[in-house]
Design a protein around this ligand. Sequence first.
Ligand code: C5P
Length: 218
Amino acid sequence: MSKALVVAIDGPVAAGKGTLARRLAAHLGLRHLDSGMIYRATAARLLSSGGNPEDGVAAEKAALALTAEDLARPNLRDQEIGGAASRIAALQPVRDALLAFQRAFAAEEPGAVIDGRDIGTVVCPDADVKLYVTAGLEERATRRFEELVSRGETANLDDITNEIAERDRRDMERAVAPLRQADDAVLVDTSELDADAAFEKAVEIVVKQLNARAKTSI
Ligand code: C5P
């Protein structure tokens, strides 16, 4: 029986996991899901209807009503949406509402690379390969700063550093599906790696893990 191949990539804000996940998916011939976009789309839907990210009932309603149009909203990458996303992501009913979509995406053949915060721990605990991608706060803030500047946006490094630290704290300390490295996830620290080096390292780990799995299942 064939089975969808799942690569789970978790890690904090701006660690480089999105770029890595996209490149790995293309390399392995798998589909890619940036699960953060689902939380961002839910937050954007809620905010656009005047809702408050602390209002659990309204946030759950937004998650249950999510549409393809919400996922195509142009402002999803905004800092404000990221902050609101991490607030509504701490609510169990919101996470429950978004879980089935993520699991169905993972189960579809030939499989998927999914990046987020709880993919290896909650969404796909049986993933074939798990990576935990991280980097120091300073490196992550600098990357985000340079990314914003290159897009022609005004940015302040101190503000970005504080915003990222606050989001890390919220994601790691929440009671529901907190961000943490799964016991069987391989750590990839990208502090000293550029995107190409991080990709090469990830490919090496994935190939090694898949070979080890193939040997144990013969
Ligand atoms: O990864 P990104 O910054 O786009 O995610 C936005 C927010 O969505 C995160 O700060 C986190 O709170 C939430 N999220 C989550 N679980 C995921 C993906 C994202 O809680 N699997």
